[in-house]
Ligand binder design. Structure first.
Ligand SMILES: Cc1ncc(COP(=O)(O)O)c(C=O)c1O
Length: 422
Protein backbone atom coordinates (compact mmCIF):
# COMPACT_ATOMS: atom_id res chain seq x y z
CA UNK A 1 0.00 0.00 0.00
CA UNK A 2 1.25 3.49 -0.80
CA UNK A 3 2.54 5.37 2.21
CA UNK A 4 0.95 8.78 2.61
CA UNK A 5 2.89 11.78 3.84
CA UNK A 6 6.63 12.24 4.26
CA UNK A 7 8.89 9.28 4.90
CA UNK A 8 12.43 8.15 4.19
CA UNK A 9 13.44 5.20 2.06
CA UNK A 10 17.16 4.42 1.98
CA UNK A 11 17.82 7.91 3.30
CA UNK A 12 15.79 9.58 0.54
CA UNK A 13 12.77 11.63 1.52
CA UNK A 14 9.54 10.80 -0.27
CA UNK A 15 6.27 12.65 -0.36
CA UNK A 16 3.76 9.86 -0.79
CA UNK A 17 5.85 7.97 -3.36
CA UNK A 18 7.45 10.96 -5.09
CA UNK A 19 11.11 11.81 -4.25
CA UNK A 20 11.22 15.28 -2.68
CA UNK A 21 14.50 15.87 -4.52
CA UNK A 22 12.67 15.63 -7.87
CA UNK A 23 10.25 18.30 -6.69
CA UNK A 24 12.87 20.77 -5.51
CA UNK A 25 14.83 20.30 -8.72
CA UNK A 26 11.74 20.96 -10.78
CA UNK A 27 10.22 23.84 -8.81
CA UNK A 28 13.16 25.35 -6.92
CA UNK A 29 13.35 26.36 -3.28
CA UNK A 30 12.04 27.56 -0.91
CA UNK A 31 9.04 25.40 -1.73
CA UNK A 32 6.00 24.33 0.23
CA UNK A 33 5.21 20.69 -0.54
CA UNK A 34 1.92 19.18 0.61
CA UNK A 35 0.94 15.55 0.64
CA UNK A 36 -2.62 15.65 -0.66
CA UNK A 37 -2.87 11.98 0.33
CA UNK A 38 -2.05 12.65 3.99
CA UNK A 39 -4.21 15.77 4.09
CA UNK A 40 -7.14 13.68 2.89
CA UNK A 41 -6.29 10.78 5.18
CA UNK A 42 -6.30 13.17 8.15
CA UNK A 43 -9.73 14.44 7.14
CA UNK A 44 -10.99 10.88 7.01
CA UNK A 45 -9.34 9.92 10.33
CA UNK A 46 -11.00 12.90 11.94
CA UNK A 47 -14.37 11.95 10.49
CA UNK A 48 -13.96 8.37 11.65
CA UNK A 49 -12.91 9.27 15.22
CA UNK A 50 -16.02 11.37 15.82
CA UNK A 51 -18.51 9.50 13.64
CA UNK A 52 -20.72 8.64 16.62
CA UNK A 53 -21.35 12.35 17.12
CA UNK A 54 -22.29 12.80 13.42
CA UNK A 55 -20.69 16.24 13.46
CA UNK A 56 -20.63 18.84 10.74
CA UNK A 57 -16.86 19.08 10.29
CA UNK A 58 -15.79 22.53 9.16
CA UNK A 59 -12.12 22.60 8.15
CA UNK A 60 -10.47 25.70 9.57
CA UNK A 61 -9.42 27.58 6.47
CA UNK A 62 -7.00 29.82 8.37
CA UNK A 63 -4.63 26.92 9.02
CA UNK A 64 -3.94 26.48 5.31
CA UNK A 65 -6.06 28.19 2.70
CA UNK A 66 -4.37 26.72 -0.39
CA UNK A 67 -7.09 26.38 -3.04
CA UNK A 68 -6.11 22.86 -4.09
CA UNK A 69 -6.33 21.62 -0.49
CA UNK A 70 -9.71 23.32 -0.11
CA UNK A 71 -10.77 21.36 -3.18
CA UNK A 72 -9.95 18.17 -1.25
CA UNK A 73 -12.03 19.48 1.67
CA UNK A 74 -14.94 20.02 -0.70
CA UNK A 75 -14.48 16.64 -2.44
CA UNK A 76 -14.64 14.90 0.92
CA UNK A 77 -17.89 16.61 1.81
CA UNK A 78 -16.59 18.81 4.64
CA UNK A 79 -17.61 22.35 5.44
CA UNK A 80 -15.44 25.35 6.27
CA UNK A 81 -14.71 27.48 9.32
CA UNK A 82 -13.88 30.99 8.11
CA UNK A 83 -12.81 34.22 9.78
CA UNK A 84 -12.90 36.82 7.02
CA UNK A 85 -14.49 37.85 3.75
CA UNK A 86 -11.35 36.59 2.02
CA UNK A 87 -11.75 33.13 3.49
CA UNK A 88 -15.43 33.15 2.51
CA UNK A 89 -14.36 33.93 -1.03
CA UNK A 90 -11.81 31.12 -1.04
CA UNK A 91 -14.29 28.57 0.32
CA UNK A 92 -17.05 29.50 -2.14
CA UNK A 93 -14.55 29.58 -5.00
CA UNK A 94 -13.90 25.84 -4.69
CA UNK A 95 -17.59 25.07 -4.28
CA UNK A 96 -17.84 24.43 -0.53
CA UNK A 97 -21.58 24.89 0.01
CA UNK A 98 -22.48 28.06 1.90
CA UNK A 99 -24.79 26.11 4.16
CA UNK A 100 -21.79 24.22 5.56
CA UNK A 101 -19.77 27.37 6.29
CA UNK A 102 -19.47 28.86 9.79
CA UNK A 103 -18.11 32.36 10.28
CA UNK A 104 -16.07 33.19 13.41
CA UNK A 105 -13.92 36.13 14.57
CA UNK A 106 -14.19 39.04 17.00
CA UNK A 107 -14.13 41.82 14.41
CA UNK A 108 -16.40 40.99 11.48
CA UNK A 109 -17.00 44.15 9.50
CA UNK A 110 -20.37 45.21 8.10
CA UNK A 111 -19.34 44.38 4.55
CA UNK A 112 -18.07 40.93 5.56
CA UNK A 113 -21.34 40.28 7.40
CA UNK A 114 -23.35 41.32 4.34
CA UNK A 115 -21.26 39.13 2.04
CA UNK A 116 -21.83 36.15 4.34
CA UNK A 117 -25.57 36.83 4.56
CA UNK A 118 -25.85 37.16 0.78
CA UNK A 119 -23.96 33.90 0.35
CA UNK A 120 -26.23 32.19 2.91
CA UNK A 121 -23.64 30.86 5.38
CA UNK A 122 -24.96 28.39 7.89
CA UNK A 123 -23.95 30.13 11.10
CA UNK A 124 -22.26 33.21 12.51
CA UNK A 125 -20.19 32.55 15.62
CA UNK A 126 -20.83 35.77 17.48
CA UNK A 127 -18.42 37.14 20.08
CA UNK A 128 -20.07 40.31 21.50
CA UNK A 129 -23.31 42.25 21.79
CA UNK A 130 -22.24 45.03 19.36
CA UNK A 131 -21.43 42.36 16.80
CA UNK A 132 -24.84 40.71 17.29
CA UNK A 133 -26.49 44.12 16.84
CA UNK A 134 -24.55 44.69 13.63
CA UNK A 135 -25.56 41.29 12.23
CA UNK A 136 -29.17 41.89 13.25
CA UNK A 137 -29.25 45.25 11.49
CA UNK A 138 -27.53 43.93 8.36
CA UNK A 139 -29.91 40.95 8.17
CA UNK A 140 -32.92 43.24 8.60
CA UNK A 141 -31.79 45.49 5.75
CA UNK A 142 -31.29 42.47 3.48
CA UNK A 143 -34.62 40.95 4.48
CA UNK A 144 -32.91 37.90 5.95
CA UNK A 145 -32.66 36.07 9.24
CA UNK A 146 -29.14 35.23 10.44
CA UNK A 147 -28.54 32.02 12.34
CA UNK A 148 -26.11 32.63 15.15
CA UNK A 149 -24.19 30.83 17.86
CA UNK A 150 -22.60 32.78 20.69
CA UNK A 151 -19.01 31.98 21.57
CA UNK A 152 -18.57 31.37 25.26
CA UNK A 153 -15.43 31.27 27.22
CA UNK A 154 -15.47 28.32 29.61
CA UNK A 155 -12.34 29.55 31.44
CA UNK A 156 -10.43 26.34 30.86
CA UNK A 157 -6.70 26.56 30.65
CA UNK A 158 -5.33 24.47 27.81
CA UNK A 159 -1.67 23.60 28.27
CA UNK A 160 -0.44 25.34 25.15
CA UNK A 161 1.51 28.43 24.12
CA UNK A 162 0.16 31.71 25.54
CA UNK A 163 -0.42 33.11 22.04
CA UNK A 164 -2.75 30.25 21.14
CA UNK A 165 -4.69 29.88 24.41
CA UNK A 166 -8.12 31.33 23.82
CA UNK A 167 -10.49 29.93 26.43
CA UNK A 168 -9.52 31.89 29.56
CA UNK A 169 -10.86 35.17 30.99
CA UNK A 170 -7.82 37.10 29.83
CA UNK A 171 -8.51 36.42 26.14
CA UNK A 172 -10.35 38.72 23.77
CA UNK A 173 -12.45 35.81 22.52
CA UNK A 174 -15.94 34.78 23.55
CA UNK A 175 -18.15 35.79 26.46
CA UNK A 176 -17.33 34.59 29.96
CA UNK A 177 -19.65 31.79 31.03
CA UNK A 178 -20.53 33.44 34.32
CA UNK A 179 -22.07 36.45 32.59
CA UNK A 180 -23.10 34.70 29.40
CA UNK A 181 -26.69 34.01 30.36
CA UNK A 182 -27.48 37.73 30.47
CA UNK A 183 -25.84 38.22 27.07
CA UNK A 184 -27.78 35.33 25.56
CA UNK A 185 -31.05 36.84 26.84
CA UNK A 186 -30.18 40.26 25.40
CA UNK A 187 -29.03 38.91 22.05
CA UNK A 188 -32.04 36.59 21.84
CA UNK A 189 -34.30 39.65 21.82
CA UNK A 190 -32.66 41.20 18.78
CA UNK A 191 -34.72 40.97 15.58
CA UNK A 192 -33.63 39.14 12.42
CA UNK A 193 -31.50 36.69 14.39
CA UNK A 194 -32.13 33.06 15.17
CA UNK A 195 -30.04 32.18 18.19
CA UNK A 196 -29.49 28.45 17.80
CA UNK A 197 -26.08 27.65 19.12
CA UNK A 198 -23.23 27.83 21.58
CA UNK A 199 -19.68 28.03 20.25
CA UNK A 200 -16.48 27.42 22.16
CA UNK A 201 -12.85 27.15 21.09
CA UNK A 202 -10.41 26.80 23.96
CA UNK A 203 -7.11 27.11 22.13
CA UNK A 204 -4.85 25.53 19.59
CA UNK A 205 -2.33 22.65 19.64
CA UNK A 206 -4.05 20.88 22.54
CA UNK A 207 -2.62 17.39 22.96
CA UNK A 208 -4.55 16.43 26.08
CA UNK A 209 -8.16 15.22 26.24
CA UNK A 210 -8.84 16.78 29.67
CA UNK A 211 -9.28 20.46 28.68
CA UNK A 212 -11.89 19.49 26.09
CA UNK A 213 -13.71 17.30 28.59
CA UNK A 214 -13.69 20.02 31.26
CA UNK A 215 -14.82 22.68 28.81
CA UNK A 216 -17.61 20.53 27.41
CA UNK A 217 -18.94 19.60 30.83
CA UNK A 218 -19.27 23.30 31.63
CA UNK A 219 -20.79 24.13 28.28
CA UNK A 220 -23.35 21.32 28.49
CA UNK A 221 -24.47 22.56 31.93
CA UNK A 222 -24.81 26.00 30.39
CA UNK A 223 -26.84 24.73 27.41
CA UNK A 224 -29.23 22.99 29.80
CA UNK A 225 -29.59 26.15 31.85
CA UNK A 226 -30.37 28.19 28.72
CA UNK A 227 -33.01 25.69 27.71
CA UNK A 228 -34.65 26.04 31.11
CA UNK A 229 -34.69 29.78 30.48
CA UNK A 230 -36.51 29.19 27.19
CA UNK A 231 -33.57 29.62 24.79
CA UNK A 232 -33.61 26.49 22.73
CA UNK A 233 -30.04 25.69 21.80
CA UNK A 234 -29.78 23.05 19.10
CA UNK A 235 -26.20 23.48 17.86
CA UNK A 236 -23.00 23.01 19.83
CA UNK A 237 -19.79 24.06 18.12
CA UNK A 238 -16.71 22.61 19.82
CA UNK A 239 -14.21 24.66 17.78
CA UNK A 240 -10.75 23.39 16.82
CA UNK A 241 -7.40 23.01 18.56
CA UNK A 242 -6.77 19.27 18.04
CA UNK A 243 -3.04 18.97 18.56
CA UNK A 244 -0.33 17.19 16.54
CA UNK A 245 3.12 15.82 17.44
CA UNK A 246 5.73 18.31 16.28
CA UNK A 247 8.45 16.79 18.46
CA UNK A 248 9.40 13.10 18.24
CA UNK A 249 8.69 12.74 21.95
CA UNK A 250 5.31 14.44 21.74
CA UNK A 251 2.04 12.56 21.27
CA UNK A 252 -0.77 13.92 19.15
CA UNK A 253 -4.18 14.35 20.73
CA UNK A 254 -5.81 10.95 21.09
CA UNK A 255 -8.85 11.50 18.87
CA UNK A 256 -10.39 8.12 19.58
CA UNK A 257 -10.37 8.69 23.36
CA UNK A 258 -11.67 12.21 22.88
CA UNK A 259 -14.44 10.87 20.63
CA UNK A 260 -15.50 8.38 23.33
CA UNK A 261 -15.37 10.96 26.12
CA UNK A 262 -17.37 13.46 24.11
CA UNK A 263 -19.93 10.83 23.27
CA UNK A 264 -20.51 10.26 27.00
CA UNK A 265 -20.83 13.97 27.74
CA UNK A 266 -22.97 14.88 24.74
CA UNK A 267 -25.19 11.80 24.74
CA UNK A 268 -28.84 12.78 24.95
CA UNK A 269 -28.14 16.50 24.57
CA UNK A 270 -29.92 16.51 21.24
CA UNK A 271 -27.63 19.06 19.63
CA UNK A 272 -26.06 19.12 16.22
CA UNK A 273 -22.30 19.06 16.81
CA UNK A 274 -19.89 21.21 14.81
CA UNK A 275 -16.11 20.74 14.91
CA UNK A 276 -13.48 23.03 13.38
CA UNK A 277 -10.17 21.19 12.98
CA UNK A 278 -7.33 22.99 11.20
CA UNK A 279 -3.83 22.04 12.27
CA UNK A 280 -4.66 18.38 12.80
CA UNK A 281 -5.54 18.07 9.13
CA UNK A 282 -2.92 20.29 7.56
CA UNK A 283 0.22 20.49 9.75
CA UNK A 284 1.72 17.02 9.17
CA UNK A 285 0.75 17.16 5.49
CA UNK A 286 3.32 19.85 4.63
CA UNK A 287 7.04 20.54 4.56
CA UNK A 288 8.99 23.62 3.68
CA UNK A 289 11.81 22.47 1.41
CA UNK A 290 14.86 24.73 1.48
CA UNK A 291 18.44 24.81 0.22
CA UNK A 292 21.52 25.42 2.34
CA UNK A 293 23.20 28.63 1.18
CA UNK A 294 26.16 28.73 3.54
CA UNK A 295 27.46 26.98 6.61
CA UNK A 296 28.94 29.68 8.81
CA UNK A 297 31.30 28.78 11.63
CA UNK A 298 30.97 31.27 14.50
CA UNK A 299 33.06 31.32 17.67
CA UNK A 300 30.32 29.77 19.75
CA UNK A 301 27.99 28.34 17.16
CA UNK A 302 27.68 26.91 13.70
CA UNK A 303 24.93 28.46 11.59
CA UNK A 304 23.33 26.58 8.74
CA UNK A 305 21.93 29.40 6.62
CA UNK A 306 19.07 28.28 4.40
CA UNK A 307 17.11 30.05 1.67
CA UNK A 308 13.82 29.77 3.62
CA UNK A 309 13.08 32.42 6.22
CA UNK A 310 10.70 33.65 8.87
CA UNK A 311 8.81 35.34 6.02
CA UNK A 312 7.75 31.87 4.86
CA UNK A 313 7.41 30.25 8.26
CA UNK A 314 6.99 32.22 11.46
CA UNK A 315 6.02 29.56 14.01
CA UNK A 316 9.46 29.03 15.59
CA UNK A 317 9.79 32.65 16.69
CA UNK A 318 6.10 33.42 17.16
CA UNK A 319 5.13 30.39 19.23
CA UNK A 320 8.50 28.89 20.18
CA UNK A 321 7.37 26.20 17.75
CA UNK A 322 9.58 23.13 17.45
CA UNK A 323 9.94 21.69 13.97
CA UNK A 324 12.13 18.82 12.84
CA UNK A 325 14.72 19.84 10.26
CA UNK A 326 16.43 17.15 8.20
CA UNK A 327 18.21 16.63 4.89
CA UNK A 328 15.99 15.37 2.12
CA UNK A 329 18.86 13.01 1.28
CA UNK A 330 20.75 11.46 4.20
CA UNK A 331 24.42 10.72 3.57
CA UNK A 332 25.76 7.57 5.10
CA UNK A 333 28.59 7.71 7.57
CA UNK A 334 28.70 11.42 8.23
CA UNK A 335 28.67 12.82 11.71
CA UNK A 336 26.07 14.97 13.42
CA UNK A 337 26.80 18.47 14.60
CA UNK A 338 24.93 20.88 16.88
CA UNK A 339 23.88 23.90 14.80
CA UNK A 340 21.40 26.74 14.50
CA UNK A 341 19.34 26.59 11.32
CA UNK A 342 18.61 30.17 10.29
CA UNK A 343 17.26 32.17 7.37
CA UNK A 344 18.75 35.14 5.48
CA UNK A 345 16.44 37.82 6.94
CA UNK A 346 17.86 40.66 9.03
CA UNK A 347 16.22 39.60 12.30
CA UNK A 348 17.61 37.38 15.03
CA UNK A 349 14.11 35.86 15.17
CA UNK A 350 14.72 34.43 11.71
CA UNK A 351 15.47 30.86 12.75
CA UNK A 352 14.05 27.38 12.33
CA UNK A 353 16.03 25.45 14.95
CA UNK A 354 18.45 26.36 17.70
CA UNK A 355 21.18 24.16 19.14
CA UNK A 356 19.88 21.27 17.09
CA UNK A 357 21.77 18.13 16.22
CA UNK A 358 21.86 17.81 12.45
CA UNK A 359 23.94 15.82 9.97
CA UNK A 360 26.99 17.84 8.91
CA UNK A 361 25.37 19.37 5.84
CA UNK A 362 27.05 21.47 3.16
CA UNK A 363 25.97 24.36 1.00
CA UNK A 364 23.79 23.30 -1.91
CA UNK A 365 22.08 20.50 0.01
CA UNK A 366 18.35 20.51 0.59
CA UNK A 367 16.70 20.51 4.00
CA UNK A 368 13.09 19.88 4.91
CA UNK A 369 11.40 21.75 7.75
CA UNK A 370 8.74 19.26 8.81
CA UNK A 371 5.09 19.67 9.80
CA UNK A 372 4.74 23.10 8.29
CA UNK A 373 1.41 22.51 6.56
CA UNK A 374 -0.53 24.57 9.14
CA UNK A 375 0.02 28.24 9.88
CA UNK A 376 2.89 28.17 7.40
CA UNK A 377 2.19 29.73 4.03
CA UNK A 378 -1.03 31.08 5.56
CA UNK A 379 1.08 33.40 7.75
CA UNK A 380 3.72 34.23 5.12
CA UNK A 381 4.75 37.80 4.39
CA UNK A 382 6.93 39.69 1.93
CA UNK A 383 9.24 41.01 4.65
CA UNK A 384 12.69 41.97 3.32
CA UNK A 385 10.96 42.11 -0.09
CA UNK A 386 10.95 38.36 -0.45
CA UNK A 387 8.45 37.18 -3.08
CA UNK A 388 5.89 34.54 -2.02
CA UNK A 389 7.15 31.02 -2.74
CA UNK A 390 5.60 28.22 -4.80
CA UNK A 391 3.34 25.52 -3.41
CA UNK A 392 3.09 21.99 -4.77
CA UNK A 393 0.59 19.24 -3.95
CA UNK A 394 1.42 15.57 -4.43
CA UNK A 395 -1.59 13.35 -4.94
CA UNK A 396 -1.88 9.82 -6.30
CA UNK A 397 1.74 9.80 -7.52
CA UNK A 398 1.21 13.02 -9.47
CA UNK A 399 2.40 16.44 -8.46
CA UNK A 400 0.73 19.73 -9.18
CA UNK A 401 2.09 23.24 -8.98
CA UNK A 402 -0.77 24.92 -7.12
CA UNK A 403 0.83 28.30 -6.55
CA UNK A 404 3.35 29.91 -8.83
CA UNK A 405 6.07 31.74 -6.90
CA UNK A 406 5.96 35.52 -7.21
CA UNK A 407 8.41 37.64 -9.13
CA UNK A 408 10.01 40.93 -8.12
CA UNK A 409 7.46 42.62 -10.39
CA UNK A 410 4.67 40.95 -8.36
CA UNK A 411 6.16 42.50 -5.24
CA UNK A 412 5.50 46.02 -6.49
CA UNK A 413 2.52 45.48 -8.77
CA UNK A 414 0.04 47.14 -6.40
CA UNK A 415 2.31 50.03 -5.48
CA UNK A 416 1.80 53.41 -7.07
CA UNK A 417 4.80 55.66 -7.59
CA UNK A 418 4.19 59.40 -7.29
CA UNK A 419 4.44 60.68 -10.84
CA UNK A 420 5.59 64.20 -9.84
CA UNK A 421 8.65 62.75 -8.13
CA UNK A 422 10.38 61.36 -11.20
C1 LIG B 1 -12.65 29.54 16.30
C2 LIG B 1 -11.55 28.68 15.81
N1 LIG B 1 -11.86 27.47 15.29
C3 LIG B 1 -10.89 26.65 14.81
C4 LIG B 1 -9.57 27.00 14.84
C5 LIG B 1 -8.56 26.06 14.30
O1 LIG B 1 -7.66 25.67 15.28
P1 LIG B 1 -6.65 24.47 15.02
O2 LIG B 1 -5.92 24.76 13.77
O3 LIG B 1 -5.78 24.48 16.20
O4 LIG B 1 -7.48 23.22 14.93
C6 LIG B 1 -9.20 28.24 15.39
C7 LIG B 1 -7.79 28.63 15.46
O5 LIG B 1 -7.38 29.64 15.93
C8 LIG B 1 -10.22 29.10 15.88
O6 LIG B 1 -9.92 30.29 16.40
Amino acid sequence: MERKGFSKENGKMLCDSVPVEDLVREYGTPLYIYSGGLFEENLLRFKEAFKELSPLICYSVKSNSCGALLQLVKQNGLGADIVSGGELYRALRVGIPADSIVFAGVGKTRSEIEEALEAGVYLFNVESIPEAQEISEAAGKLGKTARIAIRVNPDVKADTHKHITTGTKENKFGIDLEVAEKYFQQINELPHLELIGVHCHIGSQITDVAPYVNAMKRVVRFVNMLREEGIHIKVLNLGGGYGVAYHPEENPLDLITLGKELKKILEGLDCQIIMEPGRFISAPAGILATRVIYVKEGIKKTFVIIDGAVSEFIRPVLYDGYHEVEPIQDKQGRKNKVVDVVGPICESGDFFAKDRELQEVQSGEYLAVRDTGAYGFAMASNYNSRPFVSEVVVYDRNHYLVRQKNTYADLVKDEILVSEWQ
